[in-house]
Ligand binder design. Structure first.
Ligand SMILES: [Zn+2]
Length: 384
């Protein structure tokens, strides 16, 4: 009886106190439009990240080792090939467990094309930059407000490690809410990376959860009733969000609830899975609203054109930065200046070169894109 009572309190009572702390991202309730141009169903997607460490005190200036460990944690959970076999996921949910197949890496070039470590450090004298906002953005996202200016959020995933005193551990900007001045994720340094002394939020899962929001996912429950839902088919309806570490099973809305989902609000150690539907949603967002952040970790690109090149395991893609369709001609040259490929492009926002065609072998290339409006060109380097 005692056990039952404490479990009851843990799941339903304490949680209401913790609710605003774990994640401050507000579920975005409008109908999110979907387009059907998802090209790379199974291929690995790579995303370039810039960390802005905005620190007031030296202990908030997280070390490079902490940054790398957090990146590894992200990659681990966004790249789980064996999710379906994971015995830590209740058997009834294993069949819908899925890997987003997304790699995150530090940006190698800054917006002006200079080499970078992908980490910006700003010593601030402004308190609470991770919470404070003006009408347009968070202080952390603006140099003039004591933060660090966003790198073009259409091309970079900006993650701010900044003091959040009174607004929850972390917060993400949904794709639909993003502007040129406010985008990315803000996380308090205390909840960043692997920290053994910070149980139960010690495993770096706060950023994994926020990444889900940044890529368009909502909490499993978006209101306190069975009619509100996250819009994903294979996450069962539940009446509210779970906290702590509930024992399996938990029921509401006539379903067995998937409280161990990454988009639940449970403790770090109890977060276990994304579903197929969630993975599909995230990859749709990357193919559409956030198309520009997909960028191969080992390939050079031009930063001053309306186009860029990225790759996955099967294809190279020349992509219009804002996913706008264009009409024109595309010419590819090798390092000797020989034209090796030509193609007319009509009403497409991206041009795909299959790797099996072996047009782009390792080496330097030059691409020229001619449209009615302009001729643009850039060099790139293929390393593999
Ligand atoms: Zn959340």
């Amino acid at each position: 009886m005692k056990v039952c009572l404490s479990t009851f309190l843990f799941i339903f009572y304490l949680p209401s106190l913790l609710w605003s702390q774990r994640c401050a991202t507000v579920d975005f309730l409008s109908d999110q439009s979907r387009q059907n141009n998802v090209h790379f169903r199974d291929a690995t997607i790579e995303i370039q990240v810039v960390f802005h460490v905005v620190f007031l005190n030296e202990d908030e200036n997280v070390s490079a080792a902490e940054l790398y460990s957090q990146l590894e944690i992200l990659n681990d959970h966004f790249h789980r090939r064996n999710a379906k076999l994971d015995i830590h996921i209740p058997e009834e949910f294993r069949s819908v467990a899925a890997s987003p197949n997304i790699n995150f890496c530090l940006a190698k070039k800054d917006p002006s094309g200079q080499n970078t470590t992908g980490v910006i450090r700003v010593k601030t004298n402004v308190e609470n930059t991770g919470c404070r906002k003006n009408s347009k953005t968070f202080f952390a996202m603006k140099t003039s407000l004591g933060g660090s200016d966003l790198w073009d959020p259409k091309r970079y995933l900006n993650i701010f490690v900044a003091q959040r005193k009174d607004c929850g551990f972390a917060q993400a900007v949904f794709p639909e809410q993003a502007t040129d001045e406010m985008d990315g994720i803000i996380i308090d340094p205390k909840y960043f990376g692997f920290k053994t002394d910070n149980r139960p939020f010690h495993l770096g899962m706060t950023l994994v959860h926020e990444m889900g929001h940044y890529l368009g996912l909502k909490h499993l429950a978006t209101g306190n009733n069975c009619n509100s839902d996250d819009g994903i088919n294979d996450t069962p309806s539940q009446v509210g969000n779970y906290f702590g570490c509930p024992s399996y099973p938990q029921f509401s809305c006539n379903t067995s609830n998937q409280f161990m989902n990454y988009m639940s609000l449970v403790d770090d150690a109890c977060m276990k899975m994304f579903t197929h539907g969630q993975v599909e949603r995230m990859r749709e967002v990357i193919s559409n609203q956030r198309a520009g952040i997909s960028f191969p970790c080992d390939t050079m690109e031009s930063v001053n054109t309306d186009y860029f090149l990225y790759g996955n395991s099967q294809q190279w893609v020349i992509q219009q930065r804002e996913n706008k369709e264009f009409d024109g001609e595309l010419e590819l040259y090798n390092s000797l200046g020989q034209k090796i490929h030509f193609r007319k492009v009509q009403g497409e926002s991206r041009y795909i070169i299959n790797k099996t065609d072996k047009i782009l072998t390792p080496g330097n290339y030059f691409v020229l894109i001619k449209t009615k409006q302009s001729n643009q060109s850039f060099f790139f380097f293929i390393s593999n």
